[in-house]
Design a protein around this ligand. Structure first.
Ligand SMILES: [Zn+2]
Length: 271
């Protein structure tokens, strides 16, 4: 019986003890209310980034599809947007008018009306956007209540920016990391995460902590299909047969539990 208690308490601990490490970049856990979030690129020319706006837009497509849209546990579907005309302020002004106490007061001249906007920025304003080595600054700068209406990603387009020296794949990962901030995620202390504070040149996918963070902010809706029934149909073209697989898993788990209980009874451990 003591053996059984140990197993049960271990299972309960596993179920109720939170194992994630992700953080949020705002105190209200704000999220985009809709599932479809476009990521646009400002149409102005980037002076020192080493890539054109069209290149950036193509990289955005890879960043959303190779990273965030891979998450099976999120309602969110990010979309490569378009080249978007914005005021010259996005190219030169600071993202925050104040950073006192580590808190950003968003610059009202750079409010993003919808989705996520990426803009090159030469950082001639004050306070400075980029301290040495910083490749980008991202601010969900249009938040109402718990809704993010728009987020701004400013890419360091100064002469000495380090983005231009990265490989294409690492540049895509850097954009995906910044998009993660635009969605409301902060940094993760787990090195195996896209949201780890430092760029890892070999990174090509999300880590478990990224998936946890995205599922926390943007959980998949679970359609109710009747008590105890298992839906075998999927509403998209990317069905991987999870329904039958889940049914088989449930059956095997049930049979395994029955056999385990019978063995415990015959061994005298279960009374
Ligand atoms: Zn970051």
């Amino acid at each position: 019986m003591r053996f059984l208690k140990l197993i049960i308490s271990g299972l309960v601990f596993t179920v109720i003890y939170p194992a994630w490490s992700f953080t949020l970049n705002n105190t209200v856990a704000a999220t985009f209310p809709g599932n479809d979030v476009p990521v646009n690129v400002a149409a102005h020319t980037c002076n020192n980034l080493g890539v054109s706006n069209q290149d950036l837009l193509e990289m955005v497509g890879d960043a959303v599809n190779n990273y965030w849209n891979q998450a099976p546990n999120s309602r969110l579907r990010l979309r490569k947007g378009s080249l978007t005309s914005v005021s010259a302020a996005f190219q030169t002004e600071p993202g925050c008018t104040s950073t006192a106490g580590g808190s950003c007061t968003p610059n009202p001249n750079l409010v993003v009306s919808g989705g996520i906007l990426i803009s090159c920025n030469t950082d001639t304003g004050s306070p400075a956007n980029f301290s040495s080595g910083v490749m980008a600054v991202t601010i969900p700068n249009n938040i109402q209540d718990r809704n993010i209406n728009g987020s701004l990603i400013l890419l360091n387009d100064k002469v000495d920016n380090s983005f231009k020296n990265k490989s294409h794949d690492e540049q895509v990962a850097i954009l995906a990391h910044e998009i993660g901030h635009g969605l409301g995620l902060g940094h993760s202390p787990v090195e195996d995460s896209l949201m780890y504070y430092a760029s890892i040149p070999t990174r090509r996918s999300l880590g478990w902590d990224d998936l946890d963070g995205l599922a926390y902010l943007y959980p998949t809706g679970q359609p109710f299909s009747g008590c105890g029934s298992i839906t075998l149909n999927h509403d998209d073209d990317e069905s991987t047969g999870q329904g039958p697989g889940m049914f088989a898993f449930t059956m095997m788990l049930g049979i395994g539990l029955m056999l385990g209980l019978r063995r415990l009874k015959t061994s005298g451990l279960w009374r």
